[in-house]
Design a protein around this ligand. Structure first.
Ligand code: 13P
Ligand code: SF4
Length: 323
């Protein structure tokens, strides 16, 4: 899917030091690197990160860092956003195959045709999309600022919202604006079972259900609180409840347990008896791959300069509109 070389794929396991934490911290100093990680990363990666956040927080950190090297422990569109903001820095992604089903659900050619049907529209794209889609957009949003951004748009202009139809529906509900939705979705957030969640709530009546807006409407209907990963983390710290059913990727529970050690967090169940509520893309990154990426300074994120420049404008617009 992506073109950058992956020289360490054939690397022998004896290149991995016993104490990875020390080795990574040493490389961080040598490279003047910063490690940015999303909450869906495995706990060890979260623990070694310099900054941990949701997509908006990570973009803001990427926009303001003084580091020479950004090691992005997340998925491709996140590292790509960091590169768009920092063309002169080296941006590393531990596993270049760490993509995103939502971003993949919006191919640039099909989106260009879709957009051409609505020439007067303002295009708002969720950050979970490729640089090529960002380049066709007027403003980017994340799950934490989508409502705020749409509320600031002129009332007399129609709006296309892509690629996540679930976040789009949530924004429609919150703002009362009509949005023309691209029909994309996330394989992780559409996997939660409403039926099993209701059963779980009957077993734990005192638990609050907290959900990410990428979940399907039948799941969101039962939620006591809906928000981005950072918002969910803050909510469970501030709430007087001691038990939560968490309808998002369960990687975030590591931070929830650290932030509120006396509270209980139950992952919302998937439809099948599988671990498919774990994001298969996010989980491709490991501490070993992160170390190797820093040691060999690969895999590196690069893109066509004309696409980068076109994609930068709507990202900057988002950062301005989020203040
Ligand atoms: P946030 O980081 O905005 O909470 O979104 C979650 C997600 O699915 C990232 O891919
Ligand atoms: Fe993409 Fe869903 Fe994984 Fe987020 S959780 S990176 S939206 S596939």
């Amino acid at each position: 899917m992506f073109t950058t070389l992956r020289p360490h794929q054939s690397t022998q396991s004896n290149l991995i030091p016993d104490d990875l934490f020390t080795a990574i911290n040493q490389l961080k100093k040598e490279l003047n690197a910063v490690i940015l990680a999303h909450y869906y990363q495995e706990p060890d990666i979260q623990d070694i990160a310099d900054f941990l956040g949701d997509s908006l927080g990570l973009s803001q950190q990427a926009a303001s860092t003084n580091a020479d090297v950004i090691v992005f422990a997340g998925v491709h569109f996140m590292a790509e956003t960091a590169k768009i903001l920092n063309p002169d820095k080296l941006v590393l992604l531990p596993d270049l195959e760490a993509g995103c089903s939502l971003a993949d659900s919006c191919p640039p050619d099909a989106f260009a045709q879709f957009k051409a049907q609505y020439p007067d529209c303002i295009v708002v794209s969720y950050i979970n999309c490729s640089a090529a889609i960002k380049a066709m957009s007027d403003v980017i949003c994340t799950s934490s600022n989508a409502v705020k951004i749409v509320e600031q748009l002129p009332k007399d202009r129609p709006i296309i919202f892509a690629p996540d139809r679930n976040l789009g529906r949530y924004v429609i509900e919150q703002t009362g604006r009509e949005l023309i939705l691209w029909q994309g979705s996330c394989i992780v957030h559409e996997t939660f079972s409403e039926k099993k969640m209701v059963q779980l709530k009957i077993e734990h009546p005192e638990a609050e259900i907290i959900a990410h807006p990428e979940c399907e409407p039948p799941v969101l209907r039962h939620a006591n609180y809906i928000g981005s990963t950072t918002a969910l983390l803050k909510y469970c710290q501030q709430s007087s409840s001691n038990k939560f059913i968490v309808a998002t990727e369960p990687g975030i529970i590591h931070q929830m347990e650290k932030a509120a050690p006396t509270k209980q967090f139950i992952p919302a169940p998937a439809m099948n008896n599988c671990a498919c509520n774990e994001c298969p893309h996010m989980r491709l990154n490991t501490l070993e791959k992160l170390y190797l990426a820093m040691k060999f300074k690969q895999p590196e994120i690069n893109m066509d300069e004309s696409i980068r420049v076109a994609a930068l404008r709507p990202i900057q617009k988002m950062l301005e509109m989020s203040c």
